[in-house]
Design a protein around this ligand. Structure first.
Ligand SMILES: Cc1cc2nc3c(=O)[nH]c(=O)nc-3n(C[C@H](O)[C@H](O)[C@H](O)COP(=O)(O)OP(=O)(O)OC[C@H]3O[C@@H](n4cnc5c(N)ncnc54)[C@H](O)[C@@H]3O)c2cc1C
Length: 478
């Protein structure tokens, strides 16, 4: 976790503890649960940076009433039946690595710890798919498929902290997503338990089906608000036999961005194509220009062709030492950077968004300018982390050291960036999702689509028990 609670007793609020009748029904349902103060405290937080000061001071952001530990889809069904009967909210929790407060259960809710559903069920080396339970963590998944010479290729920075169910529930992106796709490109089928306790199988029969809309997509990115994912089938790739690296320096970010666009539009898919602005290039690589790091892996013919296209499109840039890629690889899964800064009084966070190539340069400039004009902001920087035929993900970082009102400044920084991004036609999030932090922006971000989402929520979860508050649905924003 980002930081640890200081040792010593918690001042638990007994009013949030699950009522005895609920615990009796959970016992009858035969599922394991825990009401101890320490366990509830741990499950009362995720990696949302705003909760770091609370945790450092021994305060629990939200006390769940009970932590329930299913080990099968049938257990999950029974828990949701009990929750419906008692009108108690349920927050599915995977690795609790959400950085937007998505995995923080409301006060008194059931924290549904999904990590007991941890089996790799089947590796199909003919079709190239792997079926797993939703609580499997990244390293366990990759270890299981590597034994047969395959990879799923989904490597988020939080690889060791997050589960397959959490990846799907947040529409996550791995750092090699240009080659392997985002999770919505990787998932082929899944089992979902609805609020009623009913379990449904979605897709998974064949690569494509023309049998009405793809209902599976409804639950990809649903953040635990429409159903609980219990199993998933993911597509695999043969483990890469070849890997190539390169790095280039651009005199300005827009030129680098345009090179990324041209590379993608020539149908090259280098697994990693990350462009840093001057500030982040200096911070990460001691490099004055805007550094572009490139890595591709896979079949040697494809890798060779891809890197030739990259070299051609970066012809005007300065070739940099490919060791920059090794430096990035060395630190790419470091996850402890923000907590020490918050503990020293800084307000710091990252905001990932997406936009079309045609609007990205103006959007980037406007976001950086708007942040720079905010009082107290000392860092406003950006990199491009995931690229597509038609646009890319921009990943902004801001830091400030306010005298007081940490929460106010944090909220204003998010509002500042979000306003500019939406005004430029960008997407509210590319891969972290909405959680509770961004819930207040969803009506504007979805426009008319928001009422469709609200109707779906009412239909699928009439008692409003599933993770109320995330996605701007069924609960007050934070
Ligand atoms: C240091 C750091 C780096 C990160 N880097 C990346 C990155 O590179 N790419 C990326 O995409 N994300 C990244 N994240 C964000 C986070 O890891 C992802 O959102 C991840 O997918 C969450 O998975 P989890 O298992 O931890 O889910 P949790 O945090 O436990 O839950 C997240 C949301 O998913 C819901 N959920 C979880 N499991 C289920 C389930 N089985 N069924 C239904 N809903 C469920 C929860 O209710 C919640 O709304 C990073 C986070 C950290 C802390």
């Amino acid at each position: 976790m980002p930081n640890e609670y200081p040792s010593g007793p918690f001042s638990d609020d007994p009013s949030t503890l699950a009522v005895p009748e609920l615990l009796t029904d959970l016992t009858k349902a035969g599922v394991d649960f825990d009401t101890s103060t320490d366990v509830r405290a741990d499950h009362g937080r995720d990696w949302w940076p705003l909760s770091i000061p609370d945790v450092a001071n021994g305060r629990v952001p939200r006390w769940p009433g009970v932590v329930v530990r299913p080990t099968s889809g049938e257990d999950v069904s029974r828990v949701l039946e009990v929750a419906s009967k008692h009108h108690v909210a349920v927050t599915a929790q995977g690795g609790r690595s959400s950085v937007v407060g998505g995995a923080v259960a409301p006060e008194g809710a059931i924290a549904l710890d999904m990590t007991g559903l941890d089996r790799v069920l089947d590796v199909d080396t003919v079709s190239g798919t792997v079926s797993v339970e939703a609580g499997v963590f990244g390293p366990d998944l990759e270890r299981a498929v590597a034994q047969s010479g395959w990879t799923v290729g989904h490597f988020p920075q939080s690889f060791e902290l997050a589960t397959v169910g959490g990846w799907i529930a947040c529409r996550g992106a791995g750092q090699y997503s240009n080659r392997y796709g985002k999770i919505e490109d990787i998932v082929r089928g899944m089992s979902v338990v609805l609020a009623s306790g009913e379990s449904v199988e979605l897709a998974g029969r064949a690569p494509r089906q023309a049998v009405g809309p793809d209902l599976m997509q409804l639950f990809i990115g649903s953040e635990g608000a429409l159903g609980v994912i219990t199993r998933a089938t993911l597509v695999m790739h043969p483990a890469p036999k070849s890997e190539r690296r390169a790095a280039y320096g651009f005199s300005n970010f827009d030129d680098g961005l345009d090179a990324c666009r041209r590379i993608m539009q020539r149908d090259a898919r280098p697994a990693v194509l990350r462009l840093y602005d001057e500030s982040e290039s200096e911070r990460n690589f001691d490099e004055e220009s805007c550094a572009l790091i490139v890595l591709d892996e896979g079949d040697s013919y494809l890798v060779e062709a891809t890197m030739r296209i990259v070299a051609e499109e970066c012809g005007e840039a300065t070739a940099l030492d490919a060791d920059l890629v090794a430096r990035w690889l060395e630190h790419r899964n470091d996850v402890g950077a923000l907590a020490p800064l918050w503990e020293r009084g800084y307000v710091v966070d990252t905001i990932e968004v997406a936009g079309m190539w045609a609007t990205l340069p103006a959007m980037r400039r406007a976001v950086i300018d708007a942040l720079a004009q905010m009082p107290d902001i000392s860092v406003a920087s950006v990199h491009q982390s995931h690229a597509y035929l038609d646009g890319a993900c921009l990943y902004f970082t801001f830091a400030a050291r306010p005298e007081d009102d940490v929460t106010g400044l944090y909220r204003r920084a998010w509002e500042c960036v979000t306003e500019v991004v939406l005004r430029h036609g960008g997407a509210l999030s590319h891969h972290h999702g909405v959680g509770r932090n961004r819930a207040r922006f969803v009506p504007e971000a979805l426009g008319g689509g928001f009422s469709v989402l609200q109707d779906l929520k009412k239909m699928l979860d009439p008692e409003n028990i599933l993770n109320p508050g995330v996605l701007g649905l069924g609960g007050a924003p934070w």
